[in-house]
Write a protein that binds this ligand. Structure first.
Ligand code: TZP
Ligand code: MG
Length: 215
């Protein structure tokens, strides 16, 4: 799928999925129409991420859903993912590109205009920008508050690659993020911790489409 067509992006985190497995959550999200899945699973071993990654690769490939690996270029390559997502403390964008090749998707997390411009110049294919709203899913103090949709607008205006908003996003508050210029929205808890992850994915997708004026 073309990155500029990404509307809903699920970031996995088993610690937030209760009794359900990540495979079950991803499977339900696929049924609900998710466009892209990122294997994150902070705090788990490389081996378990690799093994889960193989399962997710099978599921996503069958459904035509993109699969991105957080942080780890080696795991992305080992499971034949579509790409990798790096943050400011991970391998640099250019290094990830060199290791994965020109066809891989390389995404980068940023929350400032300067870093967004640098990631674009270094060859990132898209940006993950957040935390937009307050979130307790990521243990970073300044992300408890959120940068707000206004920063999404500033960053979207400053770069020409797609911007995906992340952090505290729900079907109820996704609209302003898309209105501010985000291509799509990435979530952990809205889908992962939902009573019905498939329905939550559908609602999120509907909210994004409505804001894009095609819903
Ligand atoms: N990066 C910025 S905020 C965040 C990440 C991985 C967590 C998003 O989780 P949630 O539950 O959708 O707020
Ligand atoms: Mg990272």
């Amino acid at each position: 799928m073309n990155i500029s067509d990404w509307r809903t992006y699920l970031v996995t985190q088993a610690s937030l999925s209760g009794e359900r497995s990540t495979v079950a959550v991803v499977s339900a999200a696929i049924d609900g129409g998710i466009d892209v899945v990122q294997l994150r699973e902070k705090g788990t071993s490389a081996r378990s991420r690799y093994e889960l990654g193989l399962e997710l690769r099978e599921l996503t490939a069958e459904a035509g859903v993109d699969l991105i690996v957080n942080d780890r270029v080696d795991i992305a390559r080992a499971i034949d993912a579509d790409g990798v997502h790096v943050g400011q403390s991970d391998l640099p964008v250019g290094v990830a590109r060199d290791l994965l090749g020109p066809d891989a998707i390389v995404g980068c997390s940023t929350s400032t205009i300067a870093k967004a411009r640098k990631a674009e110049a270094d060859g990132a294919d898209y940006l993950g920008v957040g935390a937009v709203y307050g979130t307790s899913s990521k243990d970073v103090t300044d992300e408890k508050v959120g940068i707000g949709p206004k920063r999404i607008a500033e960053i979207s205006d400053a770069v020409s690659i797609p911007v995906v908003g992340i952090g505290g996003i729900t079907a109820d508050n996704a609209g302003p993020v898309v209105d501010a210029g985000a291509t799509g929205v990435a979530v952990i808890s809205e889908i992962t911790a939902a009573p019905d992850p498939r329905a939550a994915t559908e609602s999120l997708a509907a909210a994004v489409e409505t804001s894009k004026g095609v819903g």
